[in-house]
Design a protein around this ligand. Structure first.
Ligand SMILES: [Zn+2]
Ligand SMILES: [Zn+2]
Length: 476
């Protein structure tokens, strides 16, 4: 950022999201003439202050609803021409040198949808593949067009506009303008997550993205943390999702053991409700199915994930036609399971030999683990359910008002079908104690907590801390 009066070049950080909020990270790093965003995510909490399922920001109003309601920052030279034109704004050349994307979660990636296609996106190959899967399974979402998008008012067959993607590898340095960046893999509840060490003219800046140390691959996060310490950063931008949470003995292994206790005792159907982007959890339930002589039932839409996950040799995930996988074939259109009821690639998946209907699955209840969560509960209506079906909720417990209302509704389904509920989960975010130890160990000149509702909690361990204000630039 150039100080016009003094002519002094300064390096700065501006936090346009992830401030007093879990996610929505949009952090602008400026150094000399270079401007990069560290993530450009969707802030679910900010969005839900004004919007919900039946009151959405209008696509027909371009970016106006998002700008006016503060869901994206007002920045010149950042957004797509079609959105600017629609908003009656002057078109300017894009003035951002890139987005460094840590991982594919929506709260880090999704508002890239609105950025100008000339702004290059830097991401890992796995992140790119996961974003492809997400895009293929829900192609029409205006707020989810990270890799490519359709211009406002375009026709059905008009081409999609592709963004510029640069993929990186862990430990391999690359340049963006005046900056040098080293991405280093970290463990999180989505594959292909990275943290960054960024060399600015003032010194190294470290950004964690989302991390954990209690997952299946703690050595990846540790490698990142070691490198971060080595570089003696002038600034550490650290996530703090669970900074105030008490220690638990959670791990993916505990999820496996606890879920196995439930499944091995059951002669009935077992439902597992989890996020399919979490490959560790996919593997856990797939392995549990094999161990218990069951097949793992996945949703039709999850075939898109397996298609990409299975290509990635590092992930060790089977494809949708694996002998232990069954594809749940939902009722659509006529409700008669006709081939023509399914459109696009869905038809291909729905007509594979391992696709089965609700009735077929429930006729042999001891043979399946159904990876069908709450949002697929209408499958229960089509099944012949005997009471005593196990339901494993393998995601975080509800924490906001909307989730608590959904939880009540979920419990009504559980009661209606006489199911038994179990909470078995391991979080994607580091425990408070691990976050504190990480910051202490790296010992940065200044700590900027993000992605948390409790940034002050870090004051316990450091006084070199900036409690970030939204949209404010901090010189570093
Ligand atoms: Zn996040
Ligand atoms: Zn995440």
């Amino acid at each position: 950022m150039q100080n016009e009066i003094l002519g002094i070049i300064v390096t700065s950080l501006t936090f346009y999201g992830g401030v007093n909020e879990i996610g929505g990270n949009k952090i602008l790093l400026e150094d000399k003439d270079t401007k990069v965003f560290l993530d450009f995510g969707k802030g679910f909490t900010t969005r839900s202050k004004y919007f919900e399922e039946y009151l959405k920001p209008r696509q027909a109003n371009g970016l106006v609803d998002f700008l006016k309601m503060g869901l994206v920052p007002k920045i010149e030279g950042a957004y797509r021409d079609d959105l600017m034109e629609n908003a009656g704004q002057q078109l300017v050349e894009p003035d951002i040198d890139g987005v460094l994307l840590t991982h594919a979660h929506a709260d880090h990636a999704d508002y890239i949808s609105f950025l100008h296609e000339k702004i290059p996106l830097y991401m890992g190959r796995t992140t790119q593949n996961l974003l492809k899967a997400i895009q293929e399974r829900s192609s029409s979402d205006f707020e989810r067009q990270v890799l490519e998008y359709k211009e406002l008012g375009s026709k059905r067959n008009d081409p999609r506009i592709q963004r510029k993607i640069e993929t990186f590898r862990s430990g391999k340095k690359f340049k963006v303008g005046s900056l040098e960046v080293i991405p280093i893999h970290v463990d999180h509840s989505v594959p292909g997550a990275y943290g960054f060490v960024i060399y600015t003219s003032e010194g190294p800046v470290v950004y964690t993205g989302d991390i954990r140390i209690h997952g299946n691959k703690p050595e990846m996060t540790k490698e990142f943390v070691r490198k971060a310490k080595e570089e003696k950063p002038i600034a550490l931008i650290c996530e703090g999702t669970r900074i105030t949470e008490q220690t638990t003995n959670e791990s993916e292994k505990v999820v496996f053991t606890e879920a196995n206790k439930v499944i091995s005792k059951s002669k009935n159907l077992v439902f597992a409700d989890f996020n399919f982007k979490d490959v560790d959890r996919v593997r856990t339930f797939y392995d549990l199915a094999k161990k218990n002589n069951r097949k793992f039932v996945i949703k039709l839409k999850d075939c898109y994930y397996l298609k990409y996950f299975s290509k990635d040799s590092g992930l060790d995930i089977p494809n949708y036609d694996d002998e232990h996988i069954v594809i749940y074939k939902p009722k659509q259109r006529t409700g008669k399971y006709a081939e023509t009821d399914y459109v696009g690639d869905d038809r291909y998946y729905a007509t594979l030999p391992n696709a089965k209907t609700a009735k077929e699955i429930s006729s042999e209840p001891e043979k399946y683990i159904c990876g069908l969560g709450y949002f697929s509960f209408n499958s229960l209506i089509d099944m012949d359910i005997k009471s005593g079906v196990s339901y494993i909720h393998s995601a975080s417990e509800p924490y906001n008002e909307e989730q608590i209302i959904s939880e009540k509704r979920l419990n009504n389904w559980i009661d209606k079908f006489g199911m038994e509920k179990h909470q078995i989960h391991c979080s994607g975010h580091a425990k408070g104690i691990d976050l504190m130890a990480t910051v202490r160990y790296i010992s940065p000149k200044m700590l900027f907590p993000v992605h948390t509702e409790y940034p002050e909690a870090y004051k316990k361990i450091t006084d070199k801390i900036t409690i970030v204000k939204q949209n404010k630039a901090y010189k570093i």
